[in-house]
Design a protein around this ligand. Structure first.
Ligand SMILES: Nc1nc2c(c(=O)[nH]1)N[C@H]1C(S)=C(S)[C@@H](COP(=O)(O)O)O[C@H]1N2
Ligand SMILES: [Mo]
Length: 334
């Protein structure tokens, strides 16, 4: 893996980075031995553990190059602990590979992610089929440590690497008819056991959507990496959306098409159960799912004896998005 860490004395990063996380990142880059050594220091054990199991990847050239000038810790989750890499990569929802939490880590390796093209079409001045490399070229990667809250009631804290969706949208020049953005996941039945099984309610491909102003919000991220490395397939390689104030299913994985459209797109989960999963799906502890409460969440890792249940926060704690919804009845538009 091609990561260079500047000497501590010459780095601006170590002035702005909480030391424990900075050290744990260095530790995972240096290998498990260093992480183990670090975990003996008080206060740094949890962070070191979160990164200890990071599996090095054979990163493609477009990614390694981008890491050189990544902005580490551009956004953090305050003092909330980063979820261990092991949990973030072995407890997944990616129904194309099966409905059990362990299925994506078991089967998503089958997905061929190189070469990768993204089609951008609809109400834009510059439609086209872009290679992932070309799509990434103008953008600097940022590390953003976001909370991820699944509608099922569990949550994690994940350090993503990506760039704002807004920066991409601006480059393709949405026109005046563009009111929504529609996203589509790759559909490759030969590579996707869950699609082949025919056992699913889902009408593939997986579709998601955002209002244009939500898509343009600076928190909305297109991710290509996590935990300092390229995205594992089970987490949506090579390109996935991350919308931290919405339930996890809005954060669509393995995107091959981004369309600027005039009408609100029909999304996968809305199509399956419109009374349970709305288009907006903002995290909201006051609006329960018809079959369970959304007031609390199980922060992973969680077990029988330490369930780690915490209150769920409005907009998942990202209060700055509230202005997007002023005047909207969030009970009606759930
Ligand atoms: N294409 C696709 N994207 C998807 C899903 C899926 O099944 N297919 N599951 C969603 C759900 S329900 C969640 S909670 C998140 C999980 O992301 P993670 O596995 O990286 O934690 O991905 C979302 N994106
Ligand atoms: Mo989810």
């Amino acid at each position: 893996m091609l990561i260079r860490t500047p000497a501590a004395s010459s780095s601006r990063e170590d002035e702005v980075t909480p030391e424990s996380i900075y050290l744990s990142r260095r530790a995972f880059m240096a290998g498990v031995g260093a992480a183990a050594a670090l975990s003996s220091l008080p206060g740094q054990a949890a962070e070191a553990a979160a990164y200890a199991d990071v599996e090095p990847a054979n990163a493609p050239a477009w990614f390694s190059g981008k890491l050189q000038d990544a902005r580490w810790q551009a956004i953090t989750a305050g003092n909330e602990a980063v979820t261990p890499f092991k949990d973030a990569t072995h407890y997944n929802n990616f129904y194309e590979f099966g409905t059990n939490k362990g299925d994506p880590s078991r089967y998503a390796d089958k997905l061929s992610v190189e070469p990768w093209q993204v089609k951008i079409d609809g109400e834009v001045g510059k439609p086209g089929a872009y290679s992932l490399e070309d799509l990434l070229k103008p953008h600097r990667l940022e590390e953003r440590i976001y909370r991820l809250r699944c509608v099922e009631g569990w949550s994690m804290v994940i350090p993503w690497l990506g760039f704002p969706l807004a920066d991409l949208l601006q480059l393709v020049e949405p026109n005046g008819n563009a009111k929504f953005v529609r996203f589509e996941t790759r559909l490759a039945p030969d590579e996707m056991a869950g699609v082949r099984s025919g056992f699913s309610l889902i009408d593939w491909p997986y579709i998601e959507g955002l209002r244009l102003d939500e898509a343009m919000h600076p928190l909305t991220l297109l991710a290509v990496g996590m935990y300092g490395r390229v995205l594992p397939n089970q987490n949506g390689a090579p390109l996935r959306l991350v919308v931290p104030w919405k339930y996890g299913f809005k954060s669509i994985k393995s995107i091959v098409r981004i369309s600027l459209v005039a009408e609100q797109p029909k999304t996968t989960w809305e199509a399956i159960a419109p009374n349970e999963y709305g288009f907006y799906s903002n995290v909201n502890p006051e609006v329960d799912h018809p079959r369970w409460s959304q007031a609390h969440e199980r922060r992973l890792p969680s077990g029988l004896f330490s369930p780690n249940v915490i209150p769920t926060r409005m907009f998942n704690g990202y209060d700055e998005v509230a202005t997007l919804y002023s005047g909207l009845d969030l009970r009606k538009y759930y």
